[in-house]
Each structure stands twice: as C-alpha cells, then as structure tokens.
Design a protein around this ligand. Sequence first.
Ligand code: A3P
Length: 333
Amino acid sequence: MSKQDYSSPPPWIAIEDEVPQEWRNNVLSKLPREKGWGEPYLYQYQGFWYQAFLFHNVLRCQKHFQAQNTDLIVASTPKSGTTWLKSLAFALLYRKSYPPNDNQHPLLSKNSHDLVPFLELDIDFDNPRPDHLSFYSSPRLFSSHLPYQSMPKSVKESSCKLIYICRNPKDAFISLWHYTNKLRAPEMGTLPIEEAFDKFCRGVSLIGPFWDHVLGYWQESLKMPDKILFLKYEEIKERSNTHVKRIAEFYGCPFLDEEEASGVVDEIVKLCSFNNLSNLEVNKSGKDWSGMAFNVLFRRGETQDWKRYLTPDMVDKLDRITEEKFHGSGLML
Ligand code: A3P
C-alpha cells in the first residue's frame, strides 16, 4: 500500500514510508510478510512480527546497544501496561532526585515514553535525543518490546536487570484492537474484530505471537530470577504497593523504613495511577516524537474488559490456545 492511499497518513504510516528503499529491497523483501492491522505489512523476524520501520531499528539496536550492569529495562508485550510500568519504574528508581509528591515531578509534564526510551524505537544510536540523554547517567532506565530471544547480546551477557509485564491475553487483544483502530487512517475505517482476532490467534500481531513472547520471558525468569522479574498487570492492579516494593527490592534500591512510614510508596502508586496520569494535560493533548497522541495509551485501564467484546466462541478459542501454549510451563494468565 503506498503513501498516496491515505489523504492524511497517521504517524506510524508516515514513519513506515521512511524506511530506505535499498534496505527494503535487500533485507525486508526476503522476510515472510502478512497484511498488517493498519500498517501495510508485518514482517517476521526471529519468529516475531514487526512493522518495517520497527524491524529496521531492531537490527540497529541488536548491533549497537551496549547494556551496562546497572541498567534496568522495562520489557513487555504491547498493550500489557508498558506505559504504567515505565511510570512506576521511573518514579521509584529516581525517587531521591524527584520525590513523588513534588509538584514539579517529570511525570506530571512528560509521558513516561518520553522519559524511558524504547531501545528499539526511540534511540537513534548515532544521535540520541537530548531529553533522553539526561537519563543516560547511571542508573539508566530503558524499555523494550523485544522478545527475550531477540534482545541484544549485551543485555543477556551483562548483569543488567529486566522487569517484564504481561497481561491476560483476552485483555491484551482487546486493548491492541482498540489501539490499532485509533491509529488507523480514517479512510481505512475500523478493523473488524473478527479479522483482528484471527490474526492475533495466528500470532500475527505486533511483536506476536503473544504467547511466545510471554513464555520466553517466563522461562528465563525461572532460570534467572535475579535477572528477570516477571509481573502481571492484574497482580499490580490488585496490590500496587506490594509490587512497587518488589520492584525496588529486585533492582537493589529497597524502600527504607522511614520512606515507607512517610508514605513514599503510596505516593508513587498515586502518582502513576490511571486516574492521575490519564487526566494530566500532557497525556490528554500531548504527542510523542512521531506525532502519536499520548491519549491513545490510556483507554480504560481495567481488567476483564474483554467481557464486553468477545463472543463465547472467541473466548473458548483464546482460552484453548492459551492452555495449549502454556501447558506444562506453570504459567497461568
Ligand atoms: P486498556 O486498553 O485495556 O485500557 P501499554 O502501555 O502497554 O500500551 O498498555 C496500554 C494499556 O494499559 C491500556 O489498557 C491502558 O488503558 C492501560 N494503562 C495505561 N496507563 C495505566 C495505568 N496508569 N494504570 C493501569 N492501566 C494503565
């Protein structure tokens, strides 16, 4: 699909067109591809599906990113609560420099995606953005949607740590479907839920298959519990304070008794709550570097919203796939 098919291409389509033609011919054209959810195509690389521009960056990230032992990486499958976990991680890691009750806290004026860069999306390895550079001093905080299998070698070989968030697949699917529809060009209309569902079940979704992504991190977290902390959206939602403390302990910056007594953990949870973040001006009307409105990242922020959309047959099918994929792994979502 070419650029002129859209009267006003949404940001991600515009970026898609920036991928160099020579690279398209030499590299991209050799990969399996399928029609995307809104983007022209998704391409399969190392078992997972990427947009062209994203894949272009993945290769550069795999080649150039040098992890440091003190790095913390927020990893996730898309629509699992990345924006939330980035906010929590930022608030707790930098709580000395930015007390969470400070009315000048960076999260009040910037979206967490502007504070915690995606390794494979936000960093131009030749010219890092100046507002990211301020956080490049140790401890550095990054994020990534890359499957563990595809993480740069230095991430696997260094002692850097990862916190991974995943979510019930039915909620992840519904969230992704809504998100896609908000970003599709108006001329394309809404992607029918049946079509999206079929793609999701076949694993053809942004950095899908969803189940392989989750399982990759789950299995590594069992082998290396000191390196990967495996978290579930639903559990953070239910007991946010406990999980904020778990993350701080895991990284090696546990809350002091005085901090807990003075309510720092509560303040972090409150600062990063859906209600608070989604009502900030930056998240209501701000945009990221690509032009994507931040408000598309905040929809309902609830669990089991799938009940409003999925038919009993769809529920059966997704549950069956999840059971089969996770069978014997000890993982339940
Ligand atoms: P819903 O579409 O179900 O509402 P990601 O950040 O990985 O793109 O995930 C987006 C999902 O997380 C959306 O789910 C969004 O509403 C939800 N979300 C965003 N901020 C949140 C927060 N502070 N607390 C809980 N959920 C949040």
